[in-house]
Design a protein around this ligand. Structure first.
Ligand code: NAD
Length: 484
């Protein structure tokens, strides 16, 4: 299979916060990989903008170091790095001051796609948007890219949307949720809407429940101060997991068009039922043999923030009434894995009463590691041992199915940045989606605050608090193993 790289139009991309962690770890390596793939046109210019006192040469060496740190050596041949660095420039500026913006105006050209990546704290979004406008830098069709966290609650999300809307139309704003850039997540749409096989079964009639797990082995690491203000609900559920729920649950859009897709996702968020306190388990990890506890990690012994959450979510519409979605995510768990499991109902009447090993059909969609899908089906165990059933996986590992091309799946950021340049908003969150997600999340968080809820402690390296097992057991179900 020949890999198809469709070059994008010439562009100028400004990265505000171009010396920050996200730029070094994700944005610049992603741009470099697209460059090596041949997707970045010769005329493209990438401009770092930050407070650090650097010039063009200084920024180029800074980026060279970032590539060395964050990319394996075989993926960064020296001559490619040198050619890539020639596309880079730098402007020193303070987002809240007026120095540097005139130089930015000189560098950013009018005759090409303009994209401005706000890789800075959300508190700076308004100041940057205002200056891009006031200094006449951004053309009316310029694109701006913003990162999570998009607000802390509904009120702050509305304020951010309003600050951006003062200078940019919704069609210019690209709110990144990098989960939407993952190959498997998009494949979820392809599997559902490009095959006749699944869609007729895709409802409460045939699906018993849906399980979404995002498990990490790491703790909060250096992000302690930020994370302690946020917790798993704000950091994972309100955005990434909510987006996954939407893609699984939405109706078929009338076409694959940004607003058609986002309209359908929004309807799912509106149909989410309020979640009662009995349907949520919050947890905080204990110290391990050689790891600190959550409270020690964030330096706040009295912290009531959750590093783990499990919840049962119901969608009140014709398709999903009666099929719960169980979500769980946490840090310091036994394995690093992200998986969606669509668990189908048993057949209405089993004719194999004496058969051993009856299981449900499960469509498991792995987001990481090893992106791919597995459909477990029951077959007869070969041999003369009677009618014994065994479960076998129909495995659609991209790496195996697609050969070299499948193994070379672009990182989510690569795809999303190229979509910004192409002007395709399908995989980006619209302002009303973000606000609707907060409107659902806020009362849950307020409930904890009002009741003084404290998270249950769980062992580092476990599957989370014991109580989370009950969430499933009382419905006569059980969580899938957290394993890589
Ligand atoms: P960072 O603190 O590492 O970098 C911040 C960048 O902003 C630096 O380049 C700094 O020079 C610049 N900056 C700060 N104040 C400025 C000002 N007044 N004027 C101009 N430049 C200024 O932060 P980060 O981790 O790179 O995160 C950037 C944004 O992306 C944040 O909103 C963060 O929440 C979000 N984000 C980060 C990650 C990540 O993995 N780092 C992941 C998701 C979202």
């Amino acid at each position: 299979m020949v890999s198809r790289v469709i070059p994008v139009d010439p562009f100028d991309l400004v990265i505000f916060g171009g010396t920050g962690d996200l730029a070094r770890r994700k944005i610049l390596p992603s741009l470099f990989r697209r460059f090596v793939a041949g997707q970045i046109p010769d005329e493209a210019l990438i401009i770092g903008a930050a407070r650090s006192d650097l010039d063009q040469a200084g920024y180029r060496s800074f980026v060279a170091e970032a590539l060395t740190e964050f990319m394996p050596e075989p993926q960064r041949p020296a001559e490619e790095v040198t050619r890539f660095l020639a596309h880079l420039d730098y402007v020193q500026l303070d987002a809240t001051g007026d120095q540097g913006w005139a130089k930015m105006k000189e560098l950013v050209r009018d005759d090409r796609v303009q994209a401005f990546y706000f890789s800075v704290a959300p508190s700076l979004f308004g100041a940057i948007a205002e200056r891009l406008h006031r200094f006449g830098i951004a053309r009316p069709d310029a694109r701006i890219v913003v990162e999570k966290p998009f607000g802390h609650d509904l009120e702050s999300a509305r304020a951010l949307n309003a600050a951006l809307a003062s200078h940019f139309a919704e069609g210019q704003i690209y709110r990144i949720d990098h989960y939407l850039g993952k190959e498997t997540v998009q494949n979820l749409m392809a599997v559902r809407f490009a095959n006749i096989l699944f869609e007729p079964l895709w409802s409460a009639r045939y699906i018993d429940h849906v399980e979404i797990t995002v498990a990490e082995t790491v703790g909060v690491g250096g992000r302690g101060a930020y994370y302690d203000q946020s917790g798993a609900m704000r950091d994972m559920v309100q955005n990434h997991m909510m987006q996954l729920v939407c893609l699984i649950a939405m109706e078929a859009p009338y076409k694959f068009d940004p607003d058609a897709v986002r309209d359908e996702k929004l309807k799912v968020i509106h149909a989410l039922q309020p979640v009662g306190m009995d349907d949520i388990v919050r947890g905080q990890y204990r110290a391990g043999a050689d790891t600190l506890s959550y409270a020690e990690d964030v330096g706040n012994p009295a912290s009531t923030t959750e590093s783990y959450i499990a919840m049962k979510v119901e969608i009140a519409n014709w398709r999903w009434k009666g099929t719960p979605f169980y979500l769980r995510t946490g840090k310091r768990l036994r394995a690093r894995t992200s998986e969606i499991a669509i668990v189908f109902k048993e057949v209405p009447h089993s004719i194999f009463h004496d058969a051993i090993g009856w299981h449900e059909n499960v469509l498991a969609i792995r987001l990481q590691p090893n992106e791919g899908m597995t459909l477990s089906v029951m077959i007869k165990e070969p041999g003369p041992g009677g009618m014994r059933l065994i479960e076998v996986p129909l495995d659609m590992s991209f790496a195996e199915a697609l050969g070299a091309e499948g193994a070379d799946i672009p990182d989510a950021y690569e795809r999303l940045i190229m979509d910004v340049i192409r002007g395709n908003q399908t995989l980006f969150m619209r302002g009303d989606e973000v606000e609707a997600a907060w409107a659902w999340t806020d009362p849950i968080i307020q409930g904890w605050e009002e009741q003084g809820d404290r998270p249950r402690l769980y062992d580092a390296g476990s599957s989370g608090p014991e109580d989370s097992l009950m969430l499933m057991h009382r419905d006569k179900r059980r969580w899938r193993e957290i394993s890589e």
